[in-house]
Structure formats: structure tokens, C-alpha cells
Design a protein around this ligand. Structure first.
Ligand SMILES: Cc1cc2nc3c(=O)[nH]c(=O)nc-3n(C[C@H](O)[C@H](O)[C@H](O)COP(=O)(O)OP(=O)(O)OC[C@H]3O[C@@H](n4cnc5c(N)ncnc54)[C@H](O)[C@@H]3O)c2cc1C
Length: 426
């Protein structure tokens, strides 16, 4: 093997392959392996190092830098540059995390080993898996990887190229053009995300191409913070945005890339100038390849420990799992990462995991100085088979003409982004 890996990870892997049990008996540090360096994985690695300095933490992530989905919509609106939403792993390294830039190719839970695409095999005591989502190519007829180069999804940022492509297409579009959105049914990553994106695209068009229109074709009949979004759209963008729900033929089932057409369930063909196709999704491919998903395409987990139902010792967090009523959000990935790490360490030590409580706040920018939010607090049941929202714990921003409230929520959103990314990446 020619790939150069941090010395400690390779030694750990090699030693464990030879004799994992004696290592533990001799009191060697617990090896926590984290796959995926996004919201769930970076949060887990960072939290583990700060809370359990005696635990050896290794993070496997293919990308050299992480481009966040959150605030990607503001890039489309012209309110952020790509550098402002791109984060290096140097801060995690400085915290003592071994970061390996490679892709996990297979998990063997019975022997507690992970095979990397580069050929190395890493042994672990507990595994945290947070690989995010995969696009279900072909779920919309004609929408494959090649089509995404013409009609970007921009729903998995990777190196940021999808988001930048969509931005360039908006810039190249003539004033008076139509931006079409195809929005999936539940569940999908970031329930308010498409509607924040519509808002930010409208924000851009209002300034630069005010005769343009937005056609939002939705597979659903309703969406997160709907009243608040639609109030904001009317107040800020007049009749620029048309939202078409599923029961009014909003479900996009086919795309014609050459003609730039979005075709709906009942055969209506909408010709657009720019198309943002957000397709149906599933857990990222490593989860399916490792036998962790059920027939929904997502990973069922114990809701107290996030241990996969199908694999002992593998804790699956972030968008890849089935989170009950919690949204697939960066906030939830972060808060559940902490519980998963605490549970993993406790179980490794033969202790009872701490009593969990999970939080979520999803902020959305509707316009400049115009923020809204939804909040929820959640608890799992005693046997870890379900999660429920704590009664009367959550809520959404109040409706009405409340400019100061909207201004403050936009500031709170910025603070949330700064603090969560700092806690993840240092
Ligand atoms: C436009 C948009 C806006 C959003 N805005 C918000 C917001 O304002 N607030 C909020 O809370 N959430 C928001 N979200 C949702 C948020 O981005 C996700 O919920 C969050 O990123 C989920 O974290 P994750 O760890 O599951 O996945 P990710 O953050 O995507 O991280 C997954 C990582 O795993 C890596 N990976 C994948 N496969 C492998 C493998 N085989 N081996 C190793 N590594 C692998 C990937 O490279 C990636 O870095 C938004 C999403 C979108 C699309």
C-alpha cells in the first residue's frame, strides 16, 4: 500500500487486525472511528476529543475541505462567497483528531473493521457513521449524473461545484426568464431548504433580473414554515413566485434536459430557463453497501444510542438515519452526534448511556434582514424504538408584519452558523 496515512491510525489498524482483544485488556485507548466529516461526523469527532481526551479519534472523509449546505442558498442569493462556507479540517487535527482523506468502501461490523477505497483497513472499537445522503438517480425519469451537470441539484455540496454551477446559470439567464424548481416528497434533507432557496433566488432576481419568474413544482401539498415563507414571498417579491403543490400537478416525474423542460405527473411540460432539480434521496451508498438500510433506503437506529438495528457497534447519525419526527438537519446531526458519542463511549465501558434529549432549530433566510425559524425538542422512548416531540416545547416564528423580529432572526441565523461551524471545525 502506497497511500500515506497518519501513523497512529495505521498502527491502530495493524495492531487491531493482529490482536484486538489484548489491546483493550491492556488498557489501550478506545478507538472511535468516524466516517464522514460533515455536520454529524465533524461534530462527533470534535465533541469526542473535547469530552473524552483519552479516546483516540480517527475521521475518514474524502473531501479535503467541507463546503456546507447551510448558507449555500445565501451564495445563490449573492449574500455569501464560496470561501465563507468552506471549512478546513486543520482545526480538527489541532484538536487531536486523525483525519484520513479517503472513502470508506465497506464496513464489517462483526470484525469491527472498515475497508477504505485506498486499500487500508482500519479497526475500531466503536464506529460513528455520518455519510449523509445519496441522490436517487433515475427516480425522476431522465435525471442522472449527466443531467445534473445541466440541471443542478446542488443538494450535496461536495466541492461546491453544483452550487456554483447553479449560481452561474442564474447569472447567465436573461431578465424575464423562468427559474424552475422540482421539489421532492418527504423525507428529504432539510425540509425548509428548498423554500429558503426559492427565497434567495428571488432575492437575487429582484435585484438583477426583476422581470423574471420562479415556478416551484412540489411533490407535496404543504411544507415547513409554509405560512411564514409565503407571507415573506408576497411582502418581498410580489407575484414573482408561483408554488404548485402536488395535488395541483406539481410532482415532477420527468426531465428533458435538451429542451430544458420539467414534466409533471399529468404530462404538463414546463419549459424553463434554469432548472434546480432536487430529486428524491436515500442514505449515502456506504450505508446500503454495508447492509444497514431497510426498504425505505434509510437506516433504522436505536433512538437512544443511534446504534444501527442491523449492526452492533455502528452508530449512524445525521441525514442517513430514520430520525422519527426530527428533521434531517445539520442542527439535529450535531445534537445527535453528541449523544451517539456519549452512548458509544459508555457502551464500550460497559456503562449505561446518558439520558438523551435532542434539539433542533432551523433558521431560514427569506430576504435581506428577514429570518424565520422553527424549533423543536425531542425525547426518545425508554426502549429506543421511537422519538417524540416534547409537548409544547417547540414552535415557529410568529406571523405578521414584524420587521424587528425578522431582522433579529436573520442575525440569530448568522450566529448559529458561526457557532456550529466553529464547534465542528475549530
Ligand atoms: C440547501 C441546504 C440548506 C441547508 N440549510 C440548513 C440549515 O440552515 N440548518 C440546518 O440545520 N441544516 C441545513 N441543511 C441540512 C444539512 O446540510 C444536513 O442535514 C447535514 O449536512 C447532515 O449532516 P450529515 O453528517 O448527515 O451529512 P453531511 O453534512 O453531508 O456530511 C456527510 C459527509 O460524509 C462524507 N462521506 C460520504 N460517503 C462517505 C464514505 N463512503 N466514506 C467517507 N466519507 C463519506 C461526505 O463527503 C460528507 O462530507 C441544509 C441542506 C441543504 C441542502
Amino acid at each position: 500500500m502506497t497511500t500515506t496515512f497518519p501513523r497512529r491510525a495505521l498502527l491502530a489498524a495493524g495492531a487491531a487486525l493482529a490482536a484486538p482483544a489484548p489491546l483493550r485488556a491492556q488498557g489501550t485507548a478506545m478507538r472511535l472511528l468516524v466516517i464522514g466529516g460533515g455536520f454529524g461526523g465533524a461534530s462527533a469527532a470534535s465533541f469526542a476529543r473535547r469530552t473524552y481526551p483519552e479516546v483516540q479519534v480517527t475521521l475518514v472523509e474524502p473531501q479535503p475541505r467541507f463546503v456546507t449546505c447551510p448558507y449555500g442558498n445565501l451564495l445563490l442569493g449573492g449574500e455569501r462567497q464560496i470561501g465563507q462556507i468552506t471549512h478546513s479540517y486543520d482545526g480538527l487535527r489541532a484538536r487531536g483528531v486523525e483525519v484520513i482523506h479517503d472513502r470508506a468502501a465497506g464496513i464489517d461490523a462483526p470484525t469491527k473493521r472498515v475497508r477504505l477505497a485506498g486499500g487500508a483497513v482500519l479497526a475500531y472499537d466503536r464506529l460513528i457513521l455520518s455519510p449523509g445522503i445519496a441522490i436517487r438517480w433515475g427516480a425522476i425519469e431522465g435525471y442522472d449524473e449527466a443531467a445534473a451537470q445541466q440541471m443542478p441539484h446542488a443538494w450535496i455540496p461536495a466541492d461546491g461545484s453544483q452550487t456554483l454551477l447553479l449560481r452561474r446559470q442564474l447569472e447567465a439567464m436573461p431578465d424575464g426568464g423562468v427559474v424552475g424548481f422540482a421539489i421532492p416528497g418527504n423525507p428529504f434533507r432539510c425540509p425548509p431548504g428548498p423554500y429558503e432557496r426559492i427565497s434567495m433566488v428571488a432575492h437575487y432576481l429582484k435585484r438583477h433580473k426583476p422581470r423574471s419568474k420562479i415556478l416551484a413544482l412540489d411533490a407535496k401539498e404543504g411544507f415547513s414554515k409554509q405560512g411564514l415563507f409565503q407571507d415573506g414571498w408576497r411582502a418581498l417579491y410580489g407575484d414573482m413566485i408561483e408554488w404548485v403543490p402536488g395535488n395541483r400537478d406539481g410532482r415532477v416525474v420527468k426531465v428533458d434536459v435538451a429542451e430544458r423542460v420539467l414534466e409533471t405527473e399529468f404530462g404538463t411540460r414546463h419549459k424553463v430557463d434554469v432548472a434546480n432539480v432536487i430529486p428524491p434521496q436515500s442514505a449515502a451508498s456506504i450505508a446500503a453497501a454495508s447492509g444497514l438500510v431497510n426498504d425505505t433506503g434509510w437506516v433504522p437506529v436505536n433512538t437512544r444510542t443511534f446504534e444501527a438495528r442491523a449492526a452492533a457497534g455502528v452508530h449512524v447519525i445525521g441525514d442517513a438515519n430514520i430520525p422519527g419526527p426530527m428533521p434531517k438537519s445539520g442542527y439535529v446531526a450535531n445534537t445527535t452526534a453528541k449523544q451517539a458519542v456519549a452512548a458509544a463511549v459508555a457502551l464500550h465501558r460497559g456503562q449505561t448511556p446518558p439520558e438523551p434529549v435532542y434539539f433542533n432549530t432551523c433558521y431560514s433566510h427569506v430576504g435581506e434582514n428577514y429570518g424565520i425559524s422553527v424549533v423543536g425538542i425531542f425525547r426518545p422512548n425508554a426502549d429506543g424504538t421511537a422519538i417524540a416531540e416534547v409537548p409544547n416545547s417547540g414552535g415557529v416564528s410568529p406571523r405578521g408584519d414584524l420587521p424587528e423580529q425578522r431582522r433579529l432572526e436573520a442575525i440569530h441565523a448568522d450566529s448559529w452558523y458561526d457557532s456550529i461551524t466553529r464547534s465542528m471545525f475549530g
